[in-house]
Design a binder for this molecule. Structure first.
Ligand code: 6PG
Length: 253
């Protein structure tokens, strides 16, 4: 069962996310002298990233922090659509984090080569020797269609069980070519946080939490094997849940 945390508005949700990441970072660094996080792209996390670089910056040991991405659009890192650019502008350019601790998806390569190179990077870093990498935090946003990272409904990437990183396409998106981690990597994480706000996400959230006979959306397939799954949403995204008579079918924190 996932923890579902509903906050009154975007600012309180952003603070809750930043505080949760800071707490996990402190625990991870204390236990293992390093903290690994895979960042989400899109626009929603921007405010929380800014808080991590400002109000919460002192709570994180940036010298033992290693930053990855759950997915990336196949554009240069300085492109307006780049997830790396968004995270650098909101957070990473403002904290003492050396470039060699940023593990960016190498989108200067072809999408297939970038996926293979990123998977090799994960193997090297996590010294997995065949085990799936286990992030301390896998931060995910969610699209209105229920996609997470770049795992879209009905895509082959969503069904991938062997590869950890694949090239996929976002039909109709400004930047269709994407490189994304797959569900095995997401579900191996110690802490998966799905952070999604706004009324446009309410239908997907209701479909995931209220179930019924509708197909399981990609975000509904996030089920960490032995990690913790926390949803952080705002009231706008929870409207359909609040209207439901099935409020006992999910745990409200
Ligand atoms: C991306 C993301 C994607 C994003 C959702 C939500 O590269 O776009 O990783 O999964 O998190 O589409 O995007 P918004 O936060 O912009 O709504």
């Amino acid at each position: 069962m996932a923890d579902l945390r509903i906050y009154p508005d975007r600012p309180t949700a952003a603070r809750a996310l930043a505080g949760m990441i800071a707490n996990i970072a402190q625990s991870a660094a204390a236990v293992r002298d390093h903290f690994t996080i895979a960042l989400a792209g899109g626009s929603t996390p921007r405010t929380a990233y800014r808080l991590l670089a400002d109000e919460f910056a002192a709570d994180i040991d940036w010298m033992s922090t290693y930053v990855f991405w759950g997915d990336e659009r196949c554009v240069p890192w300085d492109h307006a659509e780049s997830n790396v650019r968004m995270a650098r502008e909101a957070m990473l350019n403002h904290v003492p984090l050396a470039l060699d601790r940023l593990y960016r998806i190498p989108v200067q390569l072809t999408p297939e080569a970038a996926a293979q190179a990123y998977q090799a990077e994960l193997v090297r870093f996590f010294e997995t020797r065949g085990r799936v990498p286990r992030f301390d935090v896998m931060l995910l946003g969610m699209g209105a269609d229920g996609h997470i990272a770049s795992l879209f409904p009905g895509s082959a990437a969503l069904e991938e069980t062997q590869k950890w990183v694949v090239h996929t396409t976002a039909e109709g998106a400004t930047v269709p070519d994407r490189v994304t981690v797959t569900l095995p990597v997401i579900n191996a994480a110690s802490n998966v946080i799905i952070y999604t706000l706004g009324a446009e996400k309410a239908d997907a959230i209701a479909q995931i939490f209220l179930g019924g006979d509708q197909p399981v959306l990609p975000a509904g397939r996030v089920q960490p094997r032995d990690g913790r799954l926390t949803w952080i949403i705002d009231e706008a995204a929870a409207t359909k849940l609040r209207a439901s008579t099935q409020q006992d079918s999910f745990t409200l924190i």
